[in-house]
Structure formats: structure tokens, C-alpha cells
Write a protein that binds this ligand. Structure first.
Ligand code: NAP
Length: 247
């Protein structure tokens, strides 16, 4: 695969899907900025691993839900690299509860990280991408944003919001040579799904055509394709990757 750009920011890359994306994009030769918020040790370890394998990367701490922090981080990136070619909005959290028990702040914090975080980073990236007349943004949504899930109304709303946001941005920025796509993963083995017990996992895998949960690297492969020039006519899409759970 070939890449027109050189610099990629992956949000929430200290672990899980984001870390796998960072590793794969560094292997493709891109300069990877690994964002984290709280997991400094894991971000440091990932930074070291990539560098040991001759990858180009650095870590950057900021909270995607905090506009000012995001703005400062982008300013630093532009000062150093002069460009921001790719953005992967991956940072995300869950805070599950049934609607009658869900407090407003449980709803708020999920929306603030998942949806506002995507808005904050995309808005600031778009400013630079418009100037340079090139850019690709990938937003990590979820199968839950497409189909909903009991106990996850906040998460589903945030991930469904990302889908409308992605399609709108694709229409708005297509003429500026900026592509925006969303990925809707099914159930992937990470810390986020660690709390599923054996019975829940069995129930799920029975429903998945490929009879297994996904791996973070499954998502990373799709991200590296969507960023590449081989995907240069794909924009505004929501690509499901769930082992056949949705068929
Ligand atoms: P994870 O292992 O829990 O990792 C979440 C990442 O997001 C961490 O690196 C975390 O960084 C970061 N993060 C959280 N809040 C942040 C904030 N305010 N600012 C910056 N970074 C923040 O989760 P994952 O499973 O890899 O999920 C990654 C993305 O895929 C999420 O958007 C998730 O909704 C989506 N997804 C996951 C699945 C799944 O089955 N796992 C399925 C569909 C979609 P720190 O730890 O440093 O705070």
C-alpha cells in the first residue's frame, strides 16, 4: 500500500485497538503520534517497542474531550512536522447502565469523550488539512452505534453520532481532497471487552459467523487500508468489521 502523507495522529493509542493501529502504521513507515490520557506507562512501553523496531513515533498526552488541550497538541504537532496528514479518532470509553439508573453525568462523560472528542480533533485537524489540500480522517464507531444495545444507550448515542458526523464531514470536505470514513467494529478483545464473562462471550461467539471475537490487529489492517492511496475513492462510508455478527 502507498501513502501520500507522512504524519498520523492516533487518539487513545496507549492500548487496545489504538495501540495496534499505531504499531501497524509505524510498520508502514508513517510518523505516528501516540495519544494517551491516563495510561502513561503503557504509552511509554508502546513508544519504546515501536522505536526498537525502527519505527518513527512519539507520545502525546491530552484529553480528547478538552478542546484547549487538543488545540495545543495540534499546534505542537504542526510546529514540529509542518503537517498533519492522517487522523484516527479512536479514543473511547464505556459507562454502561440501564436507562432508568443512568445518571446524566454517565451519559455526559461518554458523549464528551467519544463524540465531542471526535469533533474536537476533527475540527482542528480539518483546519490544517484544508490548508494543505490533503487529509484522511478515520472515526472509530461501533456495531452498537448501528444496532444499539441494552444498557449502552449513552455509548450507542455517541457511536451513532459519529456516523452522522462522518457522513456530513465527507460531504463538507470532499472538495478539499479530504476523506472521512467510519469503522464499526464488532466485539474485539481489549480491556473494553475484558469484563464480559465466559457465558456472555459464548453467547456472543455463537452469534458470530467466524466464531471468535476480533483482534485489535483486524481493525488496524482496515485502518491502514483506508488511509492508503488504494482507498482514495472511498469516503463517507461506515465499514463494519465484526466477523459476521451483523448478518
Ligand atoms: P481500550 O482498550 O479501553 O482503550 C481505550 C483507549 O482510549 C485508551 O488508550 C485510553 O487512553 C483512550 N482514552 C479514553 N479516554 C480518553 C480521553 N479522554 N482522551 C484521550 N484518550 C482517551 O478500548 P478499545 O477496545 O481499544 O477501544 C478503542 C475504540 O474502539 C473505542 O472508541 C471503542 O469505543 C471502539 N470499539 C471497541 C470495540 C471493542 O470490542 N473493543 C468495539 C467497537 C468499537 P488512556 O488509558 O491513556 O486514558
Amino acid at each position: 500500500m502507498s501513502y501520500k502523507g507522512d504524519v498520523v495522529l492516533v487518539t487513545g493509542a496507549s492500548k487496545g485497538i489504538g495501540a495496534a493501529i499505531a504499531i501497524e502504521l509505524a510498520e508502514k513507515g508513517l510518523n505516528v503520534i501516540i495519544n494517551y490520557n491516563t495510561s502513561q506507562e503503557q504509552a511509554d512501553a508502546l513508544n519504546e517497542t515501536i522505536r526498537k523496531n525502527q519505527g518513527k513515533c512519539e507520545i502525546k498526552k491530552f484529553d480528547v474531550s478538552n478542546y484547549e488541550e487538543v488545540e495545543n497538541a495540534f499546534a505542537q504537532i504542526i510546529e514540529k512536522y509542518k503537517t498533519i496528514d492522517y487522523l484516527v479518532n479512536n479514543a473511547g470509553i464505556v459507562s454502561d447502565n440501564l436507562i432508568i439508573k443512568m445518571k446524566a453525568d454517565e451519559f455526559d462523560k461518554v458523549l464528551k469523550t467519544n463524540l465531542y472528542g471526535t469533533f474536537n480533533c476533527s475540527k482542528i485537524a480539518a483546519k490544517y488539512m484544508i490548508k494543505q489540500k490533503f487529509g484522511v480522517i478515520i472515526n472509530i464507531s461501533s456495531i452498537i452505534g448501528l444496532f444499539g444495545n441494552a444498557g449502552q444507550a449513552n455509548y450507542a448515542a455517541s457511536k451513532a453520532g459519529i456516523i452522522g458526523f462522518t457522513k456530513s464531514l465527507a460531504k463538507e470536505l470532499g472538495s478539499r481532497n479530504i476523506r472521512i470514513n467510519a469503522i464499526a467494529p464488532g466485539f474485539i478483545e481489549t480491556d473494553m471487552t475484558e469484563d464480559l464473562n465466559i457465558i456472555q462471550k459464548k453467547f456472543l461467539t455463537d452469534k458470530i459467523a467466524l466464531k471468535r471475537l476480533g483482534k485489535s490487529s483486524d481493525i488496524a489492517h482496515l485502518v491502514s487500508f483506508l488511509l492508503s492511496e488504494e482507498a482514495s475513492y472511498i469516503t463517507g462510508e461506515v465499514i463494519s468489521i465484526n466477523g459476521g455478527l451483523s448478518i
